[in-house]
Design a protein around this ligand. Structure first.
Ligand SMILES: Cc1cc2nc3c(=O)[nH]c(=O)nc-3n(C[C@H](O)[C@H](O)[C@H](O)COP(=O)(O)OP(=O)(O)OC[C@H]3O[C@@H](n4cnc5c(N)ncnc54)[C@H](O)[C@@H]3O)c2cc1C
Length: 512
């Protein structure tokens, strides 16, 4: 069982997204009747909204459906750097593929960046878009060779970049690569504009409508929980972050999920611009933003597999320490954490769900770079639906396989089998009456192991901690007050409601 939730005074008690707080989004109804459309886009994050917007522009009748509110998934909780500098991606891709593939990956991401920039400039979208240089850096001797290899990859692939021995901000570094001409923005303000244009072009949006599965035919029938309602569509596009549909193509054994953390800090010192990411053991990400008319810093980092951290609150504390030591911290108005998905070879899956399902498409696995990858996904999915050629189709085709991805697929399967076994045998050491207000964990209750959370008023909420997706054991997440699954990243509130898929059914409530 976790320590009592004990929030230091500088950190907000509850997680909240700055982007969603400063932007008022329109609301939309639930789906209440069966509908027929040309295309159904399931999942309204950056990938879904961009795809829906582009298809409506082409004259398609499109329904965009979300299990919750639009833009309330990872897109609402990102750090929103718009950059093609993605850690050590280019050296890694060069070691696994012929150079055309990393080149195509780079160009696709630059196309994502260019699309956002053109939208902002053409329509005058007020979304704090600002051009910045990206920096990738290390302060660890044992990582310097990796960074040099990444710089060599830039040169081999013709990617603009420069080598530096230090950074223009007071963060220690022994090596850095800069990539000019990248950008940052408020993604929710930007996507709100696309949503409004989508509606003007005849688009339909349904919120609080969870799609549980689909029957593949002509039309495709995407159905809601317990098959209560269905959307009939000629083309179905799944942009639910983690695919909700398990069977075709076995995506659950081809994707890995990682959580990470962010703080918004009002600094004591001046920030000299740029967007930063290190490759060191303690991951740190930095950029500036504007909040209430003043410059703030977004400090990110601290990755782990969901459900695999003893005390999730410690990750915020580490970021707070780093921010205080480096820039001074007057106030921390926001904290949040979220998760993103990586494919086996680090290139997103964007395209037909599988060869057997040519009218169903998917976009997932943005590897924490969904602003460019997710925007590019919209462009590529539009071309897929229109049967238009696109030079990057093969690079992102979800049906691709190479030797490395097959062996990693087996490793991912092993990981899940291990979680299934160890999770079932993990003990519950505390009795439920030892839980203090605002404390949760796995406890013994009437001779059984159950998940329990006692709210600040003392009310107790008991759940069966078995994930409803594939039966792994969820773990308590202190900082978000949620039950998180280590196998595929499904998350549930303390009352058992689904917060994040692939699960679509709630955890079973246990009555006192
Ligand atoms: C902490 C953090 C920082 C990041 N920083 C950056 C960054 O600086 N730059 C960058 O490029 N990327 C960044 N990323 C990655 C980026 O935010 C994501 O890749 C991107 O937002 C994912 O977008 P999406 O559209 O795939 O998914 P989401 O935004 O999660 O949208 C999916 C939607 O689908 C809905 N949904 C799920 N299941 C169903 C269902 N069964 N039926 C109907 N709807 C459903 C959800 O409610 C959700 O609204 C970051 C990620 C994290 C975690």
């Amino acid at each position: 069982m976790s320590e009592k939730f004990n929030v230091p005074s500088e950190l907000p008690r509850y997680p909240r997204s700055m982007w969603r707080t400063v932007t008022t989004l329109p609301t939309f109804p639930e789906l209440k009747e069966e509908i027929k459309v040309d295309a159904a886009v399931i999942g309204a994050g950056i990938a879904g909204v961009t795809t829906a917007y582009l298809l409506a522009l082409e004259g398609y009748k499109v329904a965009l459906v979300d299990a919750s509110e639009i833009l309330s998934g990872t897109t609402g909780f990102t750090t929103a750097k718009i950059s093609a500098q993605h850690g050590l991606i280019y050296s890694e891709l060069l070691s696994n593929f012929r150079p055309e593939i990393p080149k195509s990956y780079y160009e696709a991401n630059i196309e994502g960046l260019r699309f956002i920039r053109e939208m902002v400039e053409t329509h005058g979208i007020d979304c704090d878009f600002k051009e910045e240089t990206s920096y990738l850096y290390t302060n660890q001797e044992d990582k310097l060779d990796d960074l040099r290899k990444e710089f060599d990859a830039y040169q081999e692939l013709g990617i603009p970049g420069q080598w530096h021995e230090s950074l223009p901000i007071p963060v220690d570094a022994i090596g850095a690569i800069s990539m000019p001409g990248q950008a940052q923005f408020n993604p929710i303000k930007y996507l709100k504009f696309l949503v409004e244009k989508f509606i003007e072009n005849g688009g339909l949006i349904y919120e609080n409508t969870t799609i549980e599965g689909a029957v593949y035919g002509k039309p495709i029938k995407a159905y809601t929980i317990d098959a209560e309602l269905q959307i009939n569509c000629n083309e179905m596009i799944v942009t639910t972050h983690y695919p909700f549909w398990n069977v075709p193509a076995g995506y659950f054994s081809r994707l890995n999920v990682e959580r990470s953390y962010a703080l918004v800090v009002k600094p004591e010192t001046t920030f000299h611009g740029g967007m930063y990411l290190n490759i060191d053991d303690e991951k740190r990400s930095l950029r500036s933003a504007t909040f209430e008319g003043e410059e703030v810093l977004i400090v990110g980092g601290e990755n782990h597999v969901p459900g695999k951290s003893d005390n999730t609150f410690d990750h915020y504390l580490e970021l707070e320490k780093f921010a205080g030591k480096t820039f001074g911290s007057r106030e921390i108005p926001f904290r949040w954490s979220a998760q993103d998905i990586t494919t086996l070879d680090k290139i997103p899956y964007i395209g037909p769900l599988s060869a057997d399902y040519p009218f169903a498409f998917i976009a997932t696995g943005f590897n924490k770079w969904g602003m460019t990858n997710g925007t590019f996904a919209g462009l590529l999915l539009r071309d897929n639906v229109l049967r238009r050629s696109n030079p990057h189709m093969d690079t992102f085709n979800p049906g691709r396989f190479n030797d490395k991805s097959i062996s990693q697929n087996i490793a991912t399967g092993f990981k899940m089998a291990k979680e299934l076994i160890t999770g079932k045998f993990a003990g519950a050491h505390e009795k439920v009456d030892r839980l203090e207000p605002d404390q949760g964990g796995v406890v013994r209750y009437k001779g059984k192991k159950v998940g329990a959370y006692r709210d600040p008023k003392g009310e107790l909420f008991l759940v069966d901690t078995t994930c409803t997706h594939m039966g792994c054991e969820t773990a308590w997440n202190d900082a978000e007050r949620s039950w998180d699954c280590p196998c595929h990243g499904s998350r549930f509130s303390y009352t058992g409601e689904v917060l994040e898929g692939p699960a679509t059914d709630p955890l079973k409530r246990i009555e006192e």
